[in-house]
Design a protein around this ligand. Structure first.
Ligand code: GDP
Ligand code: MN
Length: 384
């Protein structure tokens, strides 16, 4: 689960990681008031979307008066921001963060992530802050330092020092720098994060260290033990169909193609997506209704596929095991009563109660194309 920069900065503050003074605004008037409260002569207005690269995309702007802050906020709120990370469709901006403008002297990169290959957390530091760490890793890997963490030991002082020395910051900041790293790791571990990133951490002209940007991602599988964090979820950032699916515990991921699929079991879903690709088409989604699916879940899943405007054909591929074929068939028939099916539907059913399932489908007046094997299904998808 991703959260916004302003929310991540509130968590940073709880962990004594210094951030610029600021607050979030939902309209221009509120933005002006925040600027007046902060005081000073320079402010930064930042679009709050779940994507980086805002600086280059026009989502981070500097203002010299509270009126200018209001003007920028007026333009930003409601706009669709396109950055390298949003994809070409962009993301709608609902809020902006208004902060004190900071005189930046140097920018660094700090991060904590999960190294899946080494199966442990990794802390990352670099002298090159402000730019994408992926680009830097590709172009100048020697400018990145990493320390792999033994979760049993936590972050020992020597590793924190390696990181701080490695990022080449002035030695007068060693103590503050190691302090920030130990807090960063405490936050990462205690909140079950998959990513905590400070890009950039800056040294200001008046010799302060500040986290100018903040990014946190939580492990979805650990959210059950952080119920309070669920409140930070911004459902506007999610695909509406994926959101609806998750509300009904349907495992659905939207994709670029135009052949909708409904399958039981993640492995069979992968195989089915391969099959569609091999037939020269592209899957519109991943949908695993799972073993314990009820008729309602199948109905909901089918409804969701039908709501996707890109879908021009559907393949239902079920191997009835725990999910019986008759349950699946009933779900499809129920969904068809609610939503008009305007696209061809190919069905391949095998396994438990397959005869009952086929009968339910045959007795309905649905216009289905029955496939008798995986290979046959592939042929029939080709014909769509
Ligand atoms: P991102 O592009 O989405 O990662 O957004 P950031 O929060 O990292 O902002 C992009 C860049 O804007 C930073 O790397 C800084 O160079 C610059 N920036 C942001 N806030 C300030 C500020 O208060 N003062 C100055 N001088 N630069 C800032
Ligand atoms: Mn950044």
């Amino acid at each position: 689960m991703k959260i916004h920069e302003y929310q991540a900065k509130e968590i940073f503050s709880q962990f004594a990681i210094p951030v610029p003074r600021g607050s979030v605004a939902e309209d221009a008037d509120e933005a002006r008031k925040i600027a007046e409260q902060i005081g000073g002569a320079r402010w930064v207005v930042k679009a709050q979307v779940h994507a980086g690269g805002r600086g280059k995309g026009g989502g981070v702007r500097v203002a010299d008066t509270p009126e200018a802050v209001a003007e920028i906020a007026e333009k930003m709120i409601g706009m669709t921001l396109v950055t390298l990370q949003t994809g070409p469709q962009g993301k709608r901006v609902a809020r902006v963060l208004v902060e004190e403008g900071v005189p930046v002297k140097q920018e660094f990169y700090l991060g904590a992530a999960v190294d899946r290959a080494k199966q442990c957390p990794v802390l990352i530091a670099s002298s090159e802050g402000g730019i994408g760490i992926e680009e830097l890793a590709a172009g100048h890997p020697e400018r990145i330092v990493r320390e792999w963490i033994d979760v049993g030991l936590g972050l020992p002082a020597f590793q924190a020092r390696n990181l701080v020395f490695g990022m080449g910051i002035d030695t007068s900041f060693v103590r503050t720098g190691t302090g920030i790293f130990s807090q960063l790791y405490r936050l990462f571990e205690s909140h079950d994060c998959t990513l905590v990133e400070i890009n950039p951490l800056v040294v200001t002209e008046d010799k302060r260290l500040l986290a100018l940007d903040a990014r946190i991602e939580f492990d979805d599988n650990a959210l059950y033990r952080h119920k309070d964090l669920l409140e930070l979820k911004d459902t506007d950032e999610q695909d509406p169909l994926e959101l609806e699916a998750s509300r009904h515990r349907v495992n659905y991921i939207r994709m670029e193609g135009d052949i909708g699929i409904m399958v039981n079991g993640a492995g069979l879903a992968m195989a089915t997506m391969d099959l569609i690709k091999q037939a020269g088409a592209n899957p519109a989604n991943f949908l695993d209704v799972g073993g314990g699916a009820t008729t309602e879940m199948v109905t909901k899943g089918f409804e969701i596929i039908l709501q996707d405007k890109n879908v021009r054909g559907i393949l239902i591929n079920i191997f009835g095991g725990i999910l019986r074929c008759d349950i699946l068939a009933k779900g499809v028939v129920d969904a068809a009563k609610k939503v008009a099916i305007k696209v061809p539907v190919v069905v391949r059913l095998e396994g438990t109660n397959v005869e009952q399932g086929r009968k339910i489908l045959a007795d309905s007046d649905l216009d289905l194309v029955v496939a008798h094997s995986m290979a046959d299904a592939a042929e029939k998808v080709k014909g769509i």
